[in-house]
Design a protein around this ligand. Structure first.
Ligand SMILES: Nc1nc2c(c(=O)[nH]1)N[C@H]1C(S)=C(S)[C@@H](COP(=O)(O)OP(=O)(O)OC[C@H]3O[C@@H](n4cnc5c(=O)[nH]c(N)nc54)[C@H](O)[C@@H]3O)O[C@H]1N2
Ligand SMILES: Nc1nc2c(c(=O)[nH]1)N[C@H]1C(S)=C(S)[C@@H](COP(=O)(O)OP(=O)(O)OC[C@H]3O[C@@H](n4cnc5c(=O)[nH]c(N)nc54)[C@H](O)[C@@H]3O)O[C@H]1N2
Ligand code: SF4
Ligand SMILES: [Mo]
Length: 711
């Protein structure tokens, strides 16, 4: 019998996903009984993805954390005892005060990410608190920071092509993005464009779900996209396909880019990428001559040593052919750059004391084990909205660090995640329908409101309430810690900005979502006449003033966000660090390139503990080419061990033509506590050479047979 819905409320999906769906919560007698996509929202259009369509089950999951807990067994043993909030807050504040007294506040490190994407309870929700404390700043470069750096340097903080304008595109290049799984609602728009005659090209190192739906799948070896993009630039220039008028008026550095691209021929790129030169020429010609042409850049473009430079090359393409002149022409990286959020109010960087050290979250293992030496070693870690044991590279080192008896660890969570398992104190956090917020969007131009419409179960409280209570205990009196969640929203959005013309919080609470006033999707051409927010005001093929992109509010979005080693003012191909071609010595032991994109059925590590989601997604597996399987005696469904010097994990083998010889794919999110290792056991914490991005696609491994199910 279906439930009688007594109330509905506006929701926004709080997960780390570009779609930021507008939802409708269904409530019966104060209980969340269902969740639907808001049918009126132009992108969500009534549909949610497979992960969220029964979101209420996550709210009511029997393993949810309901009360504060204190560890009573060895670290990682998951033995906890229930304590009261007063005990938890007293213990945390006492321990932190003692650490500050003995070692200074630099000995305390916060780590968070976009596990919750809300403005109030999300990534930056604890920043004001830890900045006030003077704690070490955590630079969080999990995702998109190499891409963002490259994008901002080349075209400035722009949303680029409106995702909804893709409906007008005639040539769509989806570059290292698996939209069918990771950006479903944009995929719907792309399908509509396809129906109207657009050609869809997917550039992906394996035949992903999206690649299989494309008109043309191009499969470069991982980390070689920079060579492909440079050869496209070469071909476009050599064959006279440049929009010279656009280039002359709205770009800088064309002469230097032409000189750089002169010997980056398709034949040169064929050797590097494995794509035939004839295909590269065809791609460049079609792209340059079919307008409007749009490129959707996925984060995986950044995930090898040269990822930043590859993205600079790709970001030059639309200006070169004048694609920006057309509605539905240009490129899209993240729409967030035009959202009017006040990160300086949210994060309070003004409270960061001079000389505060910065630690990068990807290198947590190195920091906690002392491999990276710090002037003040870390003695306490607080983790929320983030699950580094599953999601960060070099997992074995992270665990070694988290097991340190002298490390006091606090975790705020929904479940005993792989990371929370090591905490000394675990705090129960509220979930979507239980707290008010506005959800940040990096994949469209809408503000999205989320109403608190049910009470939290047990003693769970929202993240921001955790920080309000901690601030009170620590005696911090800044106004941030006195604002209610609703007041935070008044302060965190620049309601006076032109983008919010006609929109205020009252309107948003009533409507649930609002399109920013940044031009209509059917006539939006933000760079028809240049207007790039770079130092030169033009698209910078050659960088004019490399560091200037750091000005403005974007600096605060990711603490310590930086340009990395900017060795070159022009884009180019920079080789990956771990491939058989670039590191033949290592490849003797570990001959296979592994990539680890997102799982269709999980949202990063969320849902990978729920039986119904695991059965949809399948137990941990690797995709391997038949030739690589046969030479190792591996058959379909055999259990295999994937390993290198950093660690190992076990998984099922799936033999398929979807991957080329020499490449293996292991999708992300599986919980270590439910498996024998996960893919991040083998991944490296080395950075991309721009923006401190992660190198998840730049790792060599070996695979061996463990056993067969029929043995
Ligand atoms: N279902 C689902 N959706 C999600 C997420 C999830 O976990 N599950 N996570 C969310 C998050 S946090 C993010 S950042 C986005 C990311 O979404 P995407 O941008 O789609 O990123 P990935 O899935 O990591 O990788 C995309 C594709 O790039 C390919 N690839 C990997 N390395 C290379 C390479 O070097 N070159 C090329 N050309 N291709 C390569 C992979 O095979 C993969 O198919 O998805 C969001 N949406
Ligand atoms: N090998 C490999 N590793 C990767 C990637 C890859 O492609 N390959 N992708 C990377 C990318 S793109 C990203 S974005 C990162 C993501 O890495 P994470 O941000 O660590 O991923 P999530 O699984 O989303 O983790 C969020 C955690 O926050 C918790 N959480 C959710 N909401 C709340 C809340 O309201 N309050 C509190 N206190 N907790 C909450 C969830 O229960 C979950 O445990 O992973 C990166 N790791
Ligand atoms: S995970 Fe993404 S696609 Fe799924 S409901 Fe949330 S925002 Fe929408
Ligand atoms: Mo991400």
């Amino acid at each position: 019998m279906s439930a009688i819905i007594t109330k509905t409320a506006h929701g926004g999906c709080p997960h780390d996903c570009p779609d930021t769906c507008a939802m409708v919560y269904e409530i019966e007698d104060g209980k969340l009984v269902g969740v639907k996509g808001n049918p009126e929202h132009p992108m969500t259009r009534g549909g949610l993805c497979v992960k969220l369509k029964d979101y209420e089950k996550r709210h009511h999951h029997p393993d949810r954390l309901l009360y504060p807990l204190r560890r009573k067994g060895p670290k990682g043993s998951k033995q906890f005892e229930r304590i009261s909030w007063d005990e938890a807050l007293d213990e945390i504040s006492r321990k932190w005060e003692a650490i500050i007294e003995e070692h200074g506040a630099h000995a305390i490190l916060p780590t968070s990410y976009l596990g919750n994407q809300g403005l109030v309870h999300g990534l930056n929700g604890g920043d004001a608190f830890f900045n006030r404390m003077g704690a070490t700043v955590c630079e969080r470069t999990y995702c998109g920071q190499a891409s963002a750096t490259a994008w901002l340097l080349t075209v400035g903080p722009t949303a680029g092509v409106d995702p909804e304008s893709f409906i007008h595109s005639k040539y769509i290049v989806i570059w290292a993005c698996n939209s069918v799984s990771t950006n479903l609602h944009h995929w719907h728009t792309i399908k509509q464009a396809h129906k109207k005659g657009a050609k869809i090209i997917v550039i992906d190192s394996y035949a992903s779900k999206t690649a299989k739906e494309a008109d043309w799948h191009i499969a470069p070896k991982p980390g070689t996209d920079g060579a492909l993009a440079m050869a496209m630039i070469h071909t476009i220039i050599k064959e006279g396909l440049v929009d010279q008028d656009y280039v002359d008026q709205y770009t800088v550095g064309f002469t230097e880019l032409s000189a750089r691209a002169k010997d980056r021929t398709p034949e040169w790129a064929e050797q590097i990428t494995g794509i035939p030169a004839t295909d590269i020429r065809k791609l460049a010609r079609e792209y340059a001559t079919t307008q409007p042409a749009a490129i959707r850049l996925g984060v995986a473009l950044e995930r090898s040593r040269g990822g930043g430079q590859a993205i600079r090359a790709v970001s030059c393409l639309p200006a070169l052919i004048g694609a920006w002149r057309h509605v539905g022409g240009g490129a899209m990286q993240m729409s967030v750059w035009e959202h009017p959020y006040k990160f300086d109010v949210i994060c309070r960087p003004d409270l960061i004391p001079e000389g505060t050290p910065v630690v990068n979250n990807l290198q947590l293992g190195r920091v906690l084990t002392g491999e990276t030496k710090l002037a003040t070693p870390i003695k306490s870690l607080m983790c929320w909205n983030n699950n580094p044991v599953t999601q960060s590279p070099e997992t074995d080192k992270i665990i070694e660090g988290l097991k340190r008896e002298d490390l006091f660890m606090v975790s705020a969570e929904h479940f005993i995640s792989d990371t929370a398992a090591y905490a000394d104190i675990v705090l129960p956090a509220s979930m979507g329908a239980e707290m008010e917020d506005m959800i940040l969007s990096w994949g469209h131009l809408y503000l999205t409101y989320n109403e608190k419409c049910v009470e939290s179960p047990g003693e769970a409280i929202p993240n921001n309430e955790i920080f309000r209570r901690l601030a009170q205990r620590m005696g911090y009196e800044e106004e941030n810690f006195t604002w209610s969640d609703s007041e935070c929203l008044e302060h965190y959005v620049d309601w006076e900005s032109p983008a919010c013309d006609g929109i205020d919080l009252t309107y948003l609470k009533k409507q649930g979502y609002a399109r920013l006033t940044l031009g209509n999707k059917d006539d939006r051409t933000p760079h028809k006449e240049g207007n790039f927010s770079t130092p030169s005001g033009k698209c910078e093929f050659k960088l004019d003033a490399p560091s200037n992109f750091l000005v403005g509010p974007f600096r605060q979005m990711y603490e310590g966000f930086q340009s990395g080693e900017l060795l070159d003012s022009l884009p180019d191909y920079v080789a990956p660090k771990e491939t058989p071609e670039t590191n033949p010595e290592l490849a003797k032991k570990y001959p296979l390139n592994i990539i680890s994109p997102k799982s269709h059925g999980f949202l990063n590590s969320c849902y990978a503990n729920m039986d119904n989601k695991i059965s949809g997604q399948g137990e941990q597996f690797v995709l391997i080419n038949a030739s690589d399987a046969i030479s190792r005696g591996i058959k379909e469904k055999d259990k295999v061990r994937v390993f290198n010097d950093r660690g190992a994990f076990e998984s099922d083998a799936r033999i398929t033509d979807d991957v080329n010889i020499g490449i293996v794919v292991a999708t992300l999110g599986y919980w270590r506590q439910l498996n024998t290792g996960t893919v991040n056991c083998i991944s490296s914490a080395e950075f991309v050479n721009m923006g401190h991005g992660p190198t998840y696609s730049d790792n060599l491994v070996q695979i061996e047979l463990v056993g067969s199910p029929d043995a």
